[in-house]
Each structure stands twice: as structure tokens, then as C-alpha cells.
Design a protein around this ligand. Structure first.
Ligand SMILES: [Zn+2]
Length: 58
């Protein structure tokens, strides 16, 4: 069984209960991008935003 990658907004220091899981880092970042854009007005195309998200993944 493949290990799931997990992302939580809390790990970005946000007061948000959003949590997402996916089978790969790339799949997970795709799912998280939509959320951070609409809920936190972050631009996922910015390299520093991408980096923050990747670092917060477990
Ligand atoms: Zn959030």
C-alpha cells in the first residue's frame, strides 16, 4: 500500500480546519491549490507559496 501525503492548513499557521490527503505530492498540491486560493487569497503560482505548501506536507 502506498503511503498517503497529508496537508493541513494548521501547519501553515492558519486558523483553518482544512485537511487534504492524496497519493502523491503533485496530486496533493493540485487539490490544496484551489483551497488556498479561494479560502486564503494565496496565489499558488508563486514559488514561495508552492514551497510553503510542500514544506507543510507530511
Ligand atoms: Zn485553509
Amino acid at each position: 500500500m502506498q503511503e498517503m501525503k497529508t496537508f493541513r492548513c494548521k501547519d501553515l499557521g492558519l486558523a483553518c480546519e482544512f485537511e487534504e490527503k492524496a497519493e502523491s505530492e503533485n496530486e496533493l498540491i493540485k487539490r490544496v491549490e484551489g483551497h488556498v486560493q479561494t479560502a486564503h487569497q494565496m496565489n499558488p503560482e508563486q514559488p514561495e507559496v508552492q514551497e510553503k505548501i510542500r514544506k507543510a506536507m507530511k
